[in-house]
Design a protein around this ligand. Structure first.
Ligand code: BES
Ligand code: MN
Ligand code: ZN
Length: 497
């Protein structure tokens, strides 16, 4: 896969700056920017002619590709609509158009002349960071198991000419942050897209070791089933019991901060295939349960982003990896298992396996004396019913943590919506035969799942992200890389970046 490099500078004379494609944002009804005027006169008025002929008016989403003058091979005009309506949403659409236009072009480099127009509800640094992330993540292609993958983006280099409202140093930093985030998103997409026969718990463990290699700030350890048994992780092990694939508890320890600083802990649900187990799922769309390690994938992606950025803080990333399968050795409905915390659990439905692997991973997280713990899981179909695919479900036992995560999601347009964790729901997961049942009946399925997890997260500030709706798309099928951007932004904020 080709990777894009980004740079920022200030160009005084657009007509003499050589590029395969000069990109000009054009606002409806506004006079041309200085760069556009220079390119217009160098091309004998090609831009003003297009505007005059009505071929291009600057409407949002409109694009026009023209041959450029001299060292400028192409001119790409992109409509941005009315300047006074240019907000983050319009800016995101603009970035999408930049990608689409370049994707259809043979240009290997491009030069974007930033509009001298402020975004209503954001700033230029935000735009550059978003642009870099969007271009990097849009250029991701799944290639691993296809003979003729979709053609790669030709573009290898994007320069941005910045003006008054941001210096080149700040612009470079914003682009770099967005690029790192994009790499993290792509890492998550790749792992989540891989089929279950390749991406097994063992494969995930290998990938973690690979991430750790050559990075002295990242140390990786993998707990095997034997060790998990010694620790009393009966809940986690009850999920892998029916599978030929051994479970792995993967721990990636990133020390970017002082050793005295308490770590932020991420915990990812890593069910590499969820058949439902003995409570077998129906056949339709069962293939999509290869994405049931989307939480784990987002943890990997976030680790990738923060190591790329070299964030100055400590993070422990835990992935609870297992495959959920039926067999003669599989856990049965009605079985009672004992978790590492000592709490016993009646497994009423073997398809509610995510909370079983997570509860032991949460108990394991206690030993790191975390500042906060965030788990990420494709946990419930009920969350998809409640929120669809646009919002991730957010639960937290502390308001400040909830606010910080919501803010990170808003900032990156990787949005979450807070859901209740009220005690009232706890009675739904009572059992006559154990301390807890693993399902809570038909109402509020995403909430009762979160309430189950809350019982294992009483010793620290904790949040849970239910990404069942946001982690992948069904048409066309593919991972989204969410919520890597949210998590990375959250950690950047904590690191004061
Ligand atoms: N991985 C699924 C949740 C899921 C289902 C995510 C569909 C995305 C799309 C999870 O393990 C599961 O099966 N949950 C059950 C819980 C139920 C048995 C209480 C569900 O949501 O049906
Ligand atoms: Mn399940
Ligand atoms: Zn599952």
């Amino acid at each position: 896969m080709t990777s894009i490099t980004f740079s920022a500078r200030t160009i005084k004379d657009a007509a003499s700056a050589s590029t395969q494609c000069a990109i000009l944002p054009i606002f409806k009804g506004e006079k041309l920017s200085p760069a556009a005027r220079q390119l217009d006169s160098a091309s004998s008025g090609a831009i003003s002619a297009a505007l005059k002929l009505g071929d291009f008016s600057g409407k949002p989403g409109e694009t026009l590709l023209l041959p450029g003058p001299g060292p400028v091979k192409r001119l790409l005009l992109i409509g941005c609509g009315e300047a006074k309506k240019f907000n983050r949403e319009a800016a995101m659409d603009f970035c999408g158009k930049v990608y689409n236009s370049l994707n259809g072009s043979a240009a290997r480099d491009a030069l974007l002349y930033l509009a001298d127009r402020a975004i209503k509800d954001g700033d230029t640094a935000w735009l550059l960071s978003y642009l870099a992330r969007r271009l990097v993540s849009a250029s991701y292609r799944y290639t691993e198991t296809v003979s003729k993958p979709k053609p790669a983006l030709k573009l290898g280099k994007l320069s941005v000419s910045v003006g008054g409202d941001i210096g080149t140093g700040a612009a470079r930093k914003a682009l770099e942050q967005g690029r790192c985030m994009g790499l993290g998103v792509n890492q998550a997409c790749e792992l989540a897209n891989l089929p279950g026969n390749i991406c097994t718990p063992t494969y995930l463990a290998q990938q973690a070791r690979k991430l750790g290699r050559g990075n002295d700030k990242l140390s990786v350890s993998v707990l095997e089933e034997k060790k998990m048994r010694e620790l009393g992780m009966g809940a986690l092990l009850s999920v892998s019991a029916g599978s030929e694939q051994p479970a792995k508890l993967i721990v990636m320890n990133y020390s970017g901060g002082k050793s005295s600083q308490k770590p932020y802990v991420l915990v990812g649900k890593g069910i590499t295939f969820d058949s439902g187990g003995i409570s077998l799922k129906p056949g339709a769309k069962m293939d999509e349960m290869k994405f049931d390690m989307g939480g784990a994938a987002s943890v990997f992606g976030t680790v990738r982003a923060l190591t790329e950025m070299q964030l100055p803080l400590n993070v422990v990333a835990i992935v609870a990896a297992a495959e959920n399968m039926p067999s003669g050795r599989a856990t049965k409905p009605g079985d009672v298992v004992k978790s590492m915390s000592g709490k016993t659990i009646e497994v009423l439905n073997t398809d509610a396996e995510g909370r079983l692997v997570l509860c032991d991973a949460l108990t394991y997280a206690e030993r790191f004396k975390p500042k906060a713990v965030v788990d990420i899981a494709t946990l419930t179909g009920a969350c998809v019913v409640a929120l669809g695919s646009h919002a991730t479900g957010l639960y937290a036992n502390q308001d400040e943590l909830a606010e910080e995560l919501l803010a990170a999601g808003t900032e990156t347009h990787d949005r979450a919506w807070r859901m209740p964790l009220w005690d009232d729901y706890q009675k739904q997961i009572k059992s006559n035969f154990a301390d807890l049942a693993n399902v809570g009946g038909p109402g509020g399925g995403s909430i009762t799942a979160a309430c189950f997890l809350a019982r294992f997260a009483e010793k620290f500030h904790w949040a849970h992200l239910d990404i069942a709706g946001s982690a992948w798309n069904s048409a066309p099928k593919g991972a989204t890389g969410r919520p890597v951007s949210l998590l990375t932004r959250y950690l950047m904020d904590r690191a004061g970046v």
